[in-house]
Design a protein around this ligand. Structure first.
Ligand code: B12
Ligand code: SF4
Length: 502
């Protein structure tokens, strides 16, 4: 279809900027909260914006064609936070330009920031990659100013500007969601997306953005302090203001969300943030999912108990091998050291609150994990489930009926390490990986592009991104945990049989 074929109909609801959330495969994929925030920001600056999820019709090409026709935008912005979206995101740009080459195409997010040059080179249809924080850079493009934080084309040449704009706490003030019914093309569809993908209690969940960055430097994480420096030029974590977060919560509430999901917890920075926030939320109005990056202090548990109807407290010790946790912490490759004993103390506190439930996240494939880590891990898992059955047994009742029948939820989750573009970037991490028998097989833009394309078409692919023997080890270990969990939970809880990765 050429640009001429876009016939302007009187029914066309013209917008300035259209945001697309790309898919991983046709259909379900969560919505990035960054798109909602950016669309809200531009809306506050007088631009008409719409956010569209390309998974809604299970045919992303059709959705692109239909929404371009419906909204006739001047700019199309595509979110590329998550690397599994790479293939579909770049395809989307191609399709947009093939329909109307006058539309200015912009891409941004973690993965786009990491591969800005390669993405520009591989995609002649793309006009701008915005690196790092995007509010001011995107506004500048729309207002015709000098591009900042951008890679773009000047005739045939690719110009790569450094990341000069990194939001400070003060610059976050005043950023909040506006009128979701107005800026999101199909709110109902977005809620469905979650139900389609996840098999968990308390769905759909509104993800509440509370801050940026991280103070920790976990070796296996693409959002570690060192990666934040490269991707965002950000030195340490910052919280938003309680006032703006409360506005977001109201916006989510207006469109029907009743569960709030928090996943930002660099406690070292501000221990009082959540206490102040929860103090201002009406009691028993919402449910909550609270992801703790470190162990929560007692007053935070008490505050969750007081504020919400039901709360799932998610703890991510990653491993039950204390010696690995201690080593990572000492070498600045992990979170502050917190032992299994301290974890037990936290669970003891938690179990006394009748409306708090526990979910545990473990990670398999971390450097230095060995046979002993596996043995300790299985033993400690066994111990926790047997000692604290009540905090798990209450959870299935919170699953909705449809989800229950799918039998794929278990409250202890063993997550296989999956390499993402900004992990293992430095020499120290690479040496440690090598020492642990890991060879990282996914490094370049082409590696990620090929991976995400195969993923899209469901072809055989290297899911974790390591050498075959290490991949096998991860898979076997994860399945050993799931065998154990099957035995422990039996029929008392919805569960998933051993996972298979192809
Ligand atoms: C919260 C979070 C989640 C939430 C998402 C909630 C939501 N609805 O958005 C949950 C828990 C669901 C989640 C899931 C996943 N996540 Co996550 N997540 C994060 C986390 C902790 C914070 C992101 C955030 O909210 N930031 C706040 C927003 C406002 O800022 P921002 O995203 O940086 O956006 C700014 C810029 O990046 C840029 N920008 C962003 N998008 C766009 C788009 C355009 C067009 C433009 C111009 C600019 C732009 O401008 C924004 C405003 O300044 C980050 C780690 C981190 N500290 O960054 C990981 C992180 C982003 N997640 C990651 C991953 C891998 C995942 C999963 C794929 C994990 C998995 N295997 O399942 C899933 C994908 C889920 C899905 N889509 O189905 C990786 C991404 C690495 C990569 N390069 O791909 C990160 C970096 C963590 C890590 N372990 O490495 N995640
Ligand atoms: S605490 Fe560790 S795993 Fe969590 S975001 Fe920070 S660096 Fe990543």
């Amino acid at each position: 279809m050429s640009s001429l074929e876009i016939v302007k109909q009187p029914t066309c609801e013209k917008v300035d900027v259209l945001f697309f959330q790309p898919v991983r495969k046709e259909g379900a994929w969560l919505f990035s909260n960054a798109l909602l925030q950016l669309a809200s920001f531009l809306h506050q600056h007088g631009f008409k914006t719409k956010v569209v999820h390309l998974g809604l019709n299970r045919n992303y090409k059709k959705t692109i064609r239909e929404t371009l026709f419906k909204y006739d935008p001047k700019y199309v912005c595509i979110g590329l936070r998550w690397f599994p979206n790479l293939y579909a995101a770049l395809q989307a740009i191609r399709i947009v330009k093939s329909i109307n080459k006058k539309i200015v195409t912009i891409i941004g997010g973690h993965t786009a920031s990491f591969f800005d040059r390669e993405i520009m080179e591989a995609n002649p249809f793309l006009d701008f990659v915005i690196k790092g924080d995007a509010e001011l850079p995107i506004l500048n493009i729309l207002q015709g100013g000098e591009p900042i934080n951008c890679s773009y084309r000047d005739r045939e040449k690719i110009v790569r500007k450094p990341i000069k704009y990194t939001q400070t706490k003060t610059e976050l003030d005043g950023l909040h969601l506006v009128d979701l019914k107005e800026i999101v093309d199909n709110i109902y569809g977005i809620n469905l997306m979650q139900l389609d993908r996840l098999r968990e209690p308390l769905l759909p969940r509104a993800y509440v953005w509370c801050g940026k960055g991280c103070n920790y430097n976990c070796i296996y994480c693409g959002a570690r302090r060192d990666s934040q420096k490269k991707l965002f030029n950000r030195e340490s974590a910052i919280f938003r203001s309680v006032k703006d977060v409360l506005i977001d919560i109201e916006e989510y509430s207006k469109v029907g969300f009743s569960t709030l999901d928090f996943d930002f917890d660099p406690f070292i920075k501000d221990k009082s943030f959540y206490l102040r926030l929860f103090d201002r939320i009406e009691k028993n109005r919402f449910n909550c999912v609270f992801n703790c990056w470190t162990l929560p202090p007692e007053n935070l548990l008490a505050s969750l108990h007081d504020c919400f109807k039901e709360t799932i407290v998610v703890l991510s010790p990653e491993t039950f091998d204390d010696s690995i946790k201690a080593y990572y912490s000492e070498k600045d490759l992990g979170k502050p050291y917190q032992s299994n004993e301290q974890l037990k103390e936290t669970i003891e506190l938690l179990k006394d609150y009748e409306n708090l439930y526990l979910e545990l996240y473990l990670l398999e494939g971390m450097p230095l994990q060995n046979k002993n880590s596996l043995k300790t891990g299985l033993e400690f898992t066994n111990f926790i489930v047997n000692k604290y059955p009540t905090i798990y047994k209450r959870l299935p009742d919170m699953l909705d009926v449809d989800t229950k029948s799918l039998l794929v939820y278990r409250p202890i989750y063993v997550y296989p390490l999956q390499i993402d573009p900004s992990t293992f970037m430095d020499k120290k991490s690479n040496q440690l990986a090598k020492k642990s028998g890991m060879t990282i097989c996914r490094k370049t833009f082409d590696d990620y592009y090929t991976y995400s394309k195969k993923d899209f078409y469901n072809q055989p692919r290297n899911i974790f991104g390591f050498n075959p023997s290490f991949n096998r080890k991860i898979k076997n270990n994860v399945n050993l945990y799931y065998d154990l969990l099957d035995r422990l939970f039996g029929n008392n809880i919805t569960y998933q049989k051993t996972i298979s990765y192809n």
